[in-house]
Design a protein around this ligand. Sequence first.
Ligand code: 5AD
Ligand code: SF4
Length: 433
Amino acid sequence: MSKKLYIKTLGCAMNVRDSEHIIAELNKREPYKLTSEISEADLIIINTCSVREKPVSKLFSEIGVFRKYKKDNAKIGVTGCTASHLGEEIIKKAPIVDFVLGARNVSKLSKVIDRRHSVEVDLDYDDSNYSFGEYRSNRYKAMVNISMGCDKSCTYCIVPATRGKEVSIPPNLIVQEVRRAVEGGAKEVILLGQNVNNYGKYFSATGERLNFTGLLRKISLINGLERIRFASPHPLHMDDEFLEEFAFNPKICKQIHIPLQSGSTKVLRDMKRGYTKEWFLNRCAKVKELSPEVSISTDIIVGFPNESDEDFADTLDVLEQVRFNQLFSFKYSPRPHTKAATYPNQIPDEVASERLKILQNRHKEILDEIMSSQVGKVYSVYFDELKSGGKISGRSDDGKLFFVNGSEELLGEIKDVKVTKSARWALEGEVIN
Ligand code: 5AD
Ligand code: SF4
């Protein structure tokens, strides 16, 4: 009987992909079946995130739950970003943990799994040339890493301290992986990196060198691949060449995540983002000019140290001008190893909460305006997930979530769908051909 794995994944898409790599690496050694019951598992892994939450206390209470429900001989592993920055401390505080494996150390899984209390958290460990085993939680849409780490130093962000310096994965490995995913049934890929459009600045191996635009062109030549998405580009590196490729390459989905963080040039400077409010607006205007059907999503932080009412008004102004289709908004959270955590004038929680509420309410109004005008429109939808109640879900080229009545025969298919009903976060429709 095969062993059972319980794996809990927190955080971003890169962590989700890391969990797939973890499963693939385990399966190279012996087959594991996934379970959602801690008490059934032979191996329990928590793949952690440290970007905003209070990850430390949360991690140890989670380990407490594992200890309570696990089988006697089950092993516990802590992986991901909190593993990276706490390292050995985790085992000192919770000796029940069997191993600690930092983000970007996943290829060392074999090394730690049988060595009790081993810790591998090398920040700059380079597995950019490593060929991971194949495991995908959804074979219709494939996540593919194109780079690891981050070469920026945004003053609020812990990521450079957990995922290390930026290194790009060689184009031939990426193409090979996309090809394999397409052979396995994926018509869509999502290319992942901290700053995807900084791709190609540094490779650790010799061989072909491409920038992000070049990589997009190369990937789009793959037969059978119909849709390319990516997350996330950095506004600073959105040059015209990239925006033209985005607009005119028919395989690139017209959905783009452009993380604003703040609409105030002063706050952006304090965050060390490298662009101004005007540059951000200019890039969004250019995207819309070249791709009028585009959906733009963003990330915004409110309550960054020293953020004044005027600064926040600038953020609202950008929201008003760009009318984002999706907003991920957060209260600033001081993180260890970051510069902004030491800044004076930290903003009181009540003020940040109030700003977050204002921002989110205005975004919801904008979204309602956008979504309520959708009924009757026709979108090309790629169906990628079966849902309960005889429904199937998919996404339009511009990233809108659709639910229609249907079953297996639609999985992996791209169909024209007419919108019959709209809600704030999703649309219902019927297949018309
Ligand atoms: N506080 C609040 N939000 C943060 N993010 C990153 N670091 C912090 C922080 N310290 C947000 C940013 C980023 C997203 C992934 O998380 O908006 O784009
Ligand atoms: Fe963090 Fe900035 Fe890197 Fe994004 S680009 S991960 S916000 S440091």
